[in-house]
Ligand binder design. Structure first.
Ligand SMILES: *Cc1c(COP(=O)(O)O)cnc(C)c1O
Length: 366
């Protein structure tokens, strides 16, 4: 038998979440953002679960090639454009759309001889205030005209820095104003909204939305409460099992550094999952883990982490669940324990945890 840890990727949950995006943005086309191996879920699973999207947005041209080899005929967006000029021909062969965010990329496209017979769809990126990628408003219109006269099919694109500020200012308003002022009179389709904007700024959708995290069923803010009623489903379920049980006396300490001290006699379970699997070492005492309770009709209970997470194992408080035994199944995150709750207890966001699922964890696509 292998070590019992397993990540199950639910393609039905992908489909459900994609339908939610359609409901929230019925007039927009959807780029399903699948960078970082589909946020740790595997390209395979994303391709199966998100095939009803209008296009896939990703970073590496090799991944675009892989999608075409699988038979994907919809659109593909290179989210940061090309990294090298010598990828232009391949990108054209693969029929990719390109983000263009810097002067070098503009020059490559102006010189590109292949443009005459098959010009790219270009998503021209405006830096409307996030100050990461893109052209400042002052030069944006000039660049737009250059690429337009070179024969490319242009789209306006920007990215929000604060769309996840649910109630506060500044949110998307000032970036929207800058975007709208800058593109005035330049007719072209637009693309603005990430998951946070799709959920909370419905006036900022544009013609192509770009959901990432919500397709995976996690929260753009990193706070589970914010999506608790958004009708999204967790796509990744991380399961393992209890592989040992210890009976502690009052005052006994657990694991490296003895961070947790037993307040009374108690049973703890040792679970086959540690930071080398992608579980956060920062998880505090009290981080929820769900334990299947064999005698309870498939129901389970939350048994919090006690003591520091180690490389291959973590320990949980079994006082709630007398039925738990060696071999009991646990869920580290998924349906029962939203990944965002684990992230909140670990000083990070759900994005980071799902993306960091370790290669040693076997993945099953369901
Ligand atoms: C990652 C990314 C997205 C998706 O963001 P989420 O917060 O995961 O929805 C959208 N647009 C761009 C440009 C991105 O880099």
């Amino acid at each position: 038998m292998n070590r019992p840890i397993l990540a199950t990727i639910h393609t039905q949950a992908f489909q459900h979440n994609l339908n939610r995006v359609r409901e929230l943005a019925p007039d927009s086309k959807i780029w399903a953002v699948i960078k970082a191996r589909a946020y740790g879920h595997s390209f395979d699973a994303a391709f199966k679960g998100l095939a009803a999207s209008d296009g896939f947005a990703l970073l590496d041209i090799e991944d675009a090639r892989w999608l075409r080899q699988q038979g994907w005929r919809g659109r593909i967006l290179m989210l940061e454009g090309l990294f090298h000029e010598n990828e232009l021909l391949l990108a054209q062969e693969l029929n990719c759309d390109l983000v263009v965010h810097c002067e070098a990329q503009v020059q490559w496209l102006e010189k590109f001889e292949g443009k005459a017979h098959n010009p790219f769809n270009v998503f021209l990126k405006m830096n409307s205030g996030m100050n990461r990628l893109g052209f400042k408003p002052a030069v944006y219109r000039t660049v737009f005209h250059r690429l337009h006269s070179a024969g490319y099919h242009l789209h306006h694109m920007t990215h929000f820095a604060n769309a996840d500020q649910v109630d506060q200012q500044p949110s998307v308003g000032s970036q929207m104003d800058i975007f709208n002022e800058t593109i005035e009179g330049l007719k072209a389709p637009t693309s603005l909204a990430n998951s946070a904007a799709i959920l909370w700024h419905r006036n900022a959708l544009g013609d192509w939305v770009r959901p990432g995290i919500m397709l995976y069923g996690a929260s753009p803010t990193g706070n589970y409460e914010d999506i608790a009623h958004a009708n999204l489903s967790a796509v990744m379920q991380l399961h393992s099992e209890i592989i040992d049980i210890q009976e502690l006396r009052k005052g006994d300490r657990i694991g490296y550094g003895g961070r947790y001290e037993a307040p009374e006699a108690m049973r703890i379970g040792i679970v086959a999952c540690g930071y080398a699997d992608g579980y956060p070492r920062q998880a505090q005492d009290g981080t929820p883990v769900w334990v299947f309770d064999g005698n309870n009709n498939g129901a389970g209970l939350i048994c919090p982490i006690v003591g520091r997470v180690s490389m291959d194992m973590l320990s949980i408080d079994l006082r709630n669940t007398p039925n738990a035994k060696i071999g009991s199944v646990v869920e580290l995150w998924g349906d029962q324990v939203p990944v965002d709750l684990v992230a909140q207890m670990s000083n990070t966001i759900g994005y980071e945890l799902i993306c960091a699922l370790a290669p040693r964890v076997p993945v099953k696509i369901k």
